[in-house]
Structure formats: C-alpha cells, structure tokens
Design a protein around this ligand. Sequence first.
Ligand SMILES: [Zn+2]
Length: 278
Amino acid sequence: MSYLFVVLFGLAFGSFLNVCIARLPLGLSVVRPRSECPRCHHPIRWYDNIPVLSYVLLRGRCRDCGEPISLMYPVVELGTAGLLLAAFRIDGPGLPFVRDAFLIMVLIVLVFTDLTERRIPHRVTVPAILIGLGSSWFVPVDSRPLVQLLMHWGVPLPPALTSFAGAVTGAIVGGGLFYGVGEAFYYFGGRRKQYLGFGDVMLMLLVGVYFGVPLTLMTILLGSVLGSVVALPLEFLNPRFRRFAWPYGSFLGAAAIYVCLRGNVLLEAYLRWSGFAT
Ligand SMILES: [Zn+2]
C-alpha cells in the first residue's frame, strides 16, 4: 500500500520536475503561467496533463496541433517514480527517505538541464546545498576521514557536530577538486576553452554536502567512468562527436543518484576487500 503511494507521489513529482527542467534554465517561473504546447501555445488541459497516462493516450502528440511531445516527459515521470520507490525500499519511512528523495529529485532536474541546455542552475543548487547543510543535523552524513583524523590526533569532536563536519568536508573536497581541476585545465589548456563549467563545481559542492567525503569521491570516479564509457566509443565511431560538448554534469548527476541508493553497499564491500575495515 505504501509502495503504491510512493509511486503515485513519484509520478506527480516527476511531472513537476519536467516543468522545472523546461523552465529553470531559462530563468522562468515554475508556477506561472500554465503549461502550453511549445508550437501552438494552446494551454494543456488538466486531463492531458496526467503523468505517463496522457502521453500514452495522446500517442505522444499535442491534441491541438499534433506536434510530437518529447519522450523526456514520460521518462522523467517514470524515472522519478522508480527511483523514489527504490529509495523507499532501502530507507523505509522516515527522515532519511525524505532527504534521499529530495536529493534524487534535485539530481534528476540537474541531469536533464545539463543534458538539454548545458546549464546547472544556481536557483536549484544553492537552495539544495543550504537544505543539505541544515538536514545534516537530523540525518547523519559520513564524517570519515575527518573525525578519525581528529580522534587520531586526540581532538574529539562533539557528536552533534560530526555529521555537519562530514557535510562541510564533503563539500570542500567535491567542490574544491572540481574547482582545482577546472582551473588547471583552463591554465594548461592555453586558456582557450573552459572544460568544466562552474555549474559542475556547484553540483559537486551539493553532492559533497549530502554524501560526505568517501561517497563524493566515489561519485567523481563513477561519473568519469560513465562519461568515458559513453563518450569514447561514440567519438571513435563518429568524428562528429569529437566536437560535441559532453554534459559532464549529467554523468556526475546520474552517478550521484546511483551512489545515493547503492553507494554505501559498494563502499563497505570495497573497504572490506581492501582490508580497511573488518
Ligand atoms: Zn500544439
């Protein structure tokens, strides 16, 4: 019963995320005006705005002018529902689920705004970073390795501060690494082209706040692997793709969604395998 509830919420939120993806990179309001067809500008009727179902019933076309509706809409709706369900099965009801669900939805928006417009809007990242910092007081963030280091040096951190410290160090490592790499590319790349936008720095600041240091590093690793696995074969097969500006943020965002769900399992397995943990 609660699973069905989560799926229905996921579909409804997914529908709202589509509005965010279409409007936020352009600096438009997500509340007004009502959604309309981008070609004939006819307002979308409420019964044509039901997640997934309307797309199927309309066979993917505008009721008024027949313009094809982007497949992205049902994909985002179904994806949001599926990912929230996965998070609910892992976390169960409670604050950790609310926090994970919020992070996943923010990441879905950023994956698609970077994919479609090459934008990672500050209007999304800045509030999400602040909410992440605030929620670290209620839902624990991995504070390794800072707290272990402090204990090793004989400087105990008050328990209430450890989670917050994990969030801040995660942000420093995630955002800092990307800022540093971006500057290095800019400097050594002959200052011709900015390889990593500031949006990527903000995205990794955001990921760091929610994950702490270890899972932030895992996100960077998996996102880079994912980007290479997708981009290199395409660039090899078709020279056209060599001039393509790949949306690095989309790969990082997709990796972060995976890490949000499975990262801890993967990390513990790795630590056991490498002998760091028993
Ligand atoms: Zn139309």
